[in-house]
Design a binder for this molecule. Structure first.
Ligand SMILES: [Zn+2]
Length: 61
């Protein structure tokens, strides 16, 4: 039985951890959860809750 080939293209399926919800505007931590509704809130890894529209989409240094 030939083994299925594993290629580098598999990595394209992965979402970069910490980037999918943007970053907390208060502390800069990656968003952990996002409410799936209009005008929902995001929550960062440090427990801050903020509107999804205020999430920072680029990493602040
Ligand atoms: Zn935060």
């Amino acid at each position: 039985m030939p083994k299925p080939q594993v290629t580098q293209s598999d990595t394209s399926l992965q979402i970069p951890i910490g980037a999918q919800f943007g970053y907390c505007p208060q502390c800069g931590a990656p968003g952990q959860t996002r409410e799936r509704r209009l005008y929902g809130n995001d929550k960062c890894g440090n427990g801050h809750i903020y509107p999804s529209g205020e999430a920072i989409s680029i990493r602040a240094k």
